[in-house]
Design a protein around this ligand. Structure first.
Ligand SMILES: *Cc1c(COP(=O)(O)O)cnc(C)c1O
Length: 380
């Protein structure tokens, strides 16, 4: 059982330890303590406070969008984004089966059904060709939108996910979505700082959503942000996530069914300090990726690098193994040696709550499910 000895040694040398090496740990090297303590000193720890506004400004700038709305987590951000582009109970939403469960859950929370389409082999994200094939077979444009003529249900959004920070083929996806009048929402939870043809991911669709969970590239402890260039949508998002309260100095007046999804100031303070170091994190991750790339050149494991015309944030780095048996051996060996590695997610339609959902042939998703493994990717 020493097949992957060289790889394990390389990772231990790179992280300069023989102790446990996590997949991704946050790095608090800046103003984190200062800003968090500041919220305590000021007593503004909750849903009102200067850091929330500052966080929203910083995210709008980083994502090159007009509006950013801070929310309690990425999942709630996607849920609200879908609702605001028009997803209603009984609709269908096109997405990938190779994703973290939050993508599908956000669809289901709206009472809609995920339609699982295949990913591209190169991006590991939703394939424009799969979307086009599906719509050519099942899509029908009527005057009130796109319908699935087999189920009779309305298709009200397309939700691609930028897997591990590698952007999907956005131009091609946007083209199909425009043709079929389906709003695009980006699950950009993993891709803060990633670019597609020079532009930030999250800024391409009607809305995009980032996550600031503890394991993401930047963390607020827990949190998310919904971004959009559509002012009406941005204003509605803020309204809806703050209990749909009408502005008034003392009256409690709410004009629709809203949510208490606003990010607390305490979390925003942590995120602001983290965001000040985003460029540093991106650079450090890029140099770690370069080291991995060099090392894996003389290995049977294929290290995933960014595609032409894109910049990946290298949030979680990954390798592709020969087959399922090799994958399992690699997982067992590395974890036994205290080097944390994890397989990519199970395909969504193999989970009990999504087992009845439509899926296409999933040739690429099934291939990747058997082979992709994340390796330690922390900022060092
Ligand atoms: C992290 C993540 C989310 C959102 O996660 P939260 O924990 O709710 O912030 C959504 N989609 C994907 C693909 C993710 O990786």
């Amino acid at each position: 059982m020493t097949k992957f000895k060289n790889t394990i040694s390389f990772i231990q040398d790179t992280f300069k330890t023989r102790e446990f090496i996590p997949l991704h740990q946050p790095s608090f090297s800046g103003n984190e303590k200062k800003y968090v303590l500041d919220t305590i000193d000021s007593t503004y720890v909750s849903s009102v406070g200067a850091y929330v506004n500052q966080f929203e400004e910083m995210i709008a700038e980083i994502s090159e969008t007009r509006h950013a709305v801070a929310v309690v987590n990425g999942t709630s951000g996607i849920e609200v984004a879908l609702r605001l582009v028009g997803v209603e109970s009984g609709n269908e939403v096109l997405t990938q089966a190779l994703t973290f469960v939050a993508t599908a859950n956000a669809i289901a929370y709206n009472g809609a059904t995920p339609v699982f389409l295949d990913v591209d082999m190169d991006t590991m994200g939703l394939s424009p060709q799969s979307v086009e094939n599906f719509l050519n077979e099942f899509g029908e444009l009527r005057n009130n939108g796109c319908f699935n003529k087999k189920t009779g249900k309305r298709i009200t959004a397309c939700l691609p996910m930028h897997t591990f920070g590698f952007p999907v083929h956005l131009d091609e996806l946007l083209k199909v979505c425009t043709k079929w009048k389906i709003p695009l929402v980006e699950d950009a939870a993993e891709s803060l700082g990633s670019k597609y043809k020079g532009k930030a991911t999250g800024s391409f669709g009607e809305a995009g959503v980032f996550s600031f969970n503890g394991n993401k590239i930047v963390t607020s402890g827990g949190g998310g942000a919904l971004v959009t260039n559509n002012s009406k949508l941005g204003i509605s998002a803020k309204h809806l996530t703050t209990t749909a309260k009408k502005p008034h100095s003392y009256e409690y007046d709410h004009d629709e069914l809203g949510y208490n999804y606003r990010m607390p100031n305490l979390n925003a303070a942590l995120a602001c300090a983290q965001l000040e170091n985003l460029d540093l994190f991106l650079n450090k991750k890029r140099s770690l990726a370069k080291k991995y790339e060099e090392f894996f050149k003389q290995s049977s494991l294929k290290f995933r690098t960014e595609l032409p015309e894109t910049k990946a944030n290298y949030w979680l780095m990954c390798v592709e193994l020969e087959n399922l048996e090799e994958r399992n051996e690699f997982l067992i060996e590395t974890n036994k040696q205290n080097v944390m590695t994890r397989p990519i997610w199970k395909l969504m339609f193999n989970l009990p709550m999504y087992s009845d959902c439509y899926r296409d042939d999933q040739v690429n998703a099934r291939f990747l499910e058997d082979r992709i493994i994340n390796i330690p990717s922390s900022v060092i």
